[in-house]
Write a protein that binds this ligand. Sequence first.
Ligand SMILES: [Ca+2]
Ligand SMILES: [Ca+2]
Length: 412
Amino acid sequence: MCLISSRQRRSGGLRFAAWTLATVAVTVRAHAVASDEVVSPSGSCCSGSRSSGPPALRPSASPAAVDVRKGRPSDEALRGMVWIPGGEFTMGGVDRLARPDEQPLHRVRVAGFWMDSTEVTNAEFRRFVEATGYVTTAERAVDWEELKRQLPPGTPRPPEDMLQPGASVFTPPSGQVDLADFRQWWTWTPGASWRHPSGPHTTLEGKDDHPVVHVSWDDAVAYCAWAGKRLPTEAEWEFAARGGLDQAVNVWGNEPVDHTRANTWQGHFPDHNTREDGFVGAAPVRSFPPNGYGLYDMAGNVWEWCADRFRADEYSRRVEAAGQGAVVADPKGPPNSSDPRNPHAPESRVHRGGSFLCSDRYCASYRPSARMASPPDNAMQHLGFRCVLSVATQENPDRTNQPGAEPARRGQ
Ligand SMILES: [Ca+2]
Ligand SMILES: [Ca+2]
């Protein structure tokens, strides 16, 4: 658990430094986050350097994820999870909406694993916070004295509200705007956090079964560690999202998205949401049909963090390393990030699946091959996560909950 705290301090500071370098001459409103944008402007913003760190997590608060005597996940750990059988699939996309970072197509094999059937909900995240005292990235103020040591000499102090706890909230404009300017619909909002998803005056009342949002990658990793689980790799996430439909455009097949399929955006983005699917923002999990593996909201609702660092050229590098036609086994992402959307960020982590802000006009990232990424301390109103769990076998007793582990049993 100490590792979690140090990671938060590290990436928080670096993330905010990246923002400052990229946007110091821009207005406060420009400090909004990266979005669903297909070709988003460089730089994105952030929840700031949270150098104060969370309080120490209390030990023995984690549910027992693995029964070490039996070498398999405990019934408690498997609650709400489904077994994703391992196999081969074609990773990437070449449909009309596919982007260059989804190519080239290549064959990938993943070992089986358990996966949360839904995005982690507010109720689940609350149990984690109550058990551990964890404080999320967005709930911590920025330590300017620490931050400025990471910046070029003379870098001006950011506006005071940028140093306060907060996150970016979707604020639709009143009319049509330039889709290349995400500042038109993202507003840095002091006091916004997972507890106050639309700003300090909003609550979670009636939203226990909504996906938790405004959680950074660091927060997601902390939750998964507490639960004895982990974030999926990007390959595992895409394999699972496809639900057995290899090379289909969408998680339900090749039919285009509509309001019955997933929580996405209907109408004119970002100023007019006709909410034909019933939801302007996030929906309760399981509001739409599951995919072939029984997973809900793998398309839309909220984005989901993955473990991997992001590189736009990861697939071409992967194919080059493995050789044309090779099957890549359980890729775990590159050692370094390279993200043209966040060129100043020292690290960028993948998130997948799109959100309630996606439409085919704007992002189309509800497609299982679509890739996006943000710095690991970004907390956003449309970004959450779900966990996976690997299990050990007698042959591989040390692979418990590591990517690539084999199943001890099948179920559900
Ligand atoms: Ca919707
Ligand atoms: Ca989702």
